[in-house]
Design a protein around this ligand. Sequence first.
Ligand code: SDX
Length: 431
Amino acid sequence: MTESTKSATLKIGDKSVELPMFTPTSGPEVIDIRKLYSQAGVFTYDPGFTSTASCDSTITFIDGDEGILTHRGYPIGELAEKSHYLEVCYLLLYGELPSPTELEDFEDLVTNHTMIHEQMINFFRGFRRDAHPMALLVGVVGAMSAFYHDSTDINDERQREVASIRLIAKMPTIAAMAYKYTIGQPFIYPRNDLDYASNFLRMCFAVPAEDYVVDPILSRAMDRIFTLHADHEQNASTSTVRLASSSGANPFACIAAGIACLWGPAHGGANQACLEMLKEIGTPDRIPEYIARAKDKDDPFRLMGFGHRVYKNFDPRATVMKQSADEVLELLGVENNPTLQVAKELERQALEDPYFADKKLFPNVDFYSGIILEAMGFPTSMFTPIFSLARTVGWISQWKEQLNDPQLKIGRPRQLYLGEDIRSYVDIEKR
Ligand code: SDX
């Protein structure tokens, strides 16, 4: 970390506190407040962490004003166009693009760990068939700590590596099993002669009664969707994984916590909520009614798939996703998909509306992804499990980075207490 030539002086009453600053590779400088409480006896106050850097990281950078997203320095647009998901996984995990041999070895390693412990099938059977697949994902991934005891010691580098590969390799199998379980179809085992995305599609859509050939258009689109969701700096679910890991919790428990957080409609659950919203709107003539509702402070309705804590410009992932939606739907012969037409018209009208322009609300990664996923045959309930599957490598990369930080401390925020002052207990007879 590079100390800035500048420092910050905080005047508190008649006291002054000098705080060092650090200079990033890119992005805002930071004020180091670690010693603020001990020096000045005050806390900072930042619910929602709108102005707080929770850590330092070398993995992903976002410039929200410019609409820039890079992974280890490589722009997401280039990775989506020229790379593929497992290569992006290697980049996120190890910091550099792999050599041909490194890539082949990594892909072999992941491919040969896609099966789950057979006993875990019984674990699935405890769920109701109408459970949301995300409920199964949270439960089954958390339960991995009960099946893979030999990769739960976070102080053992080898075990950390084994747990990382197991999670990346097995998440598609678990997500596909969650889908199959909820539609009452038999589980389909992974195959080692298929690439990562094709394997997932086959595990979701094949049935034992007939052969299933993966459509290369779909597997390319699926792989690109995985890449676009792989990591995103210190978003809510990644911060959840980091906080859970700071207590020393095992990797499977930490990733299960991340899945639980991602499920929320303000976060990863927005892709499901967005498609449901687009279908509720139904036709372009109803768009003005929904835009009016989104602008109404008394109406809790928000345009799902719009807005972002960091992006105050186009989410670069949404740009790629929109192009991919056009390509995939045309190749699938559903280019006149009514939901896509509503989405495009909604985007046009919203971006022309001063409310959205003034608040810098643009489509985010969740605005177009659901349209592609639905066209590929997925129900809306599988949208967030697919987001979880893709983000597993981001959570794991950030988890590993934090565990390698010699300054790692348990995360323990403080608070601004506004409750009752100290008072004595009153016996019930006197109340
Ligand atoms: C993801 O953080 C990440 O990196 C997340 C993610 C990742 O890859 O990990 O990018 C994935 O979660 C994308 C976001 C998906 N969520 C949605 O699409 C849900 C709809 N969006 C909003 O709920 C909202 O935009 C958030 C949650 C995404 C961001 O909320 P913020 O940063 O806390 O902003 P805010 O709620 O304070 O909104 C600022 C203003 C408010 O108006 P005022 O109170 O200032 O008058 O903008 C308004 C909001 O009411 N606003 C919206 C809106 N989003 C914000 N108004 C209508 N529709 C919206 N979608």
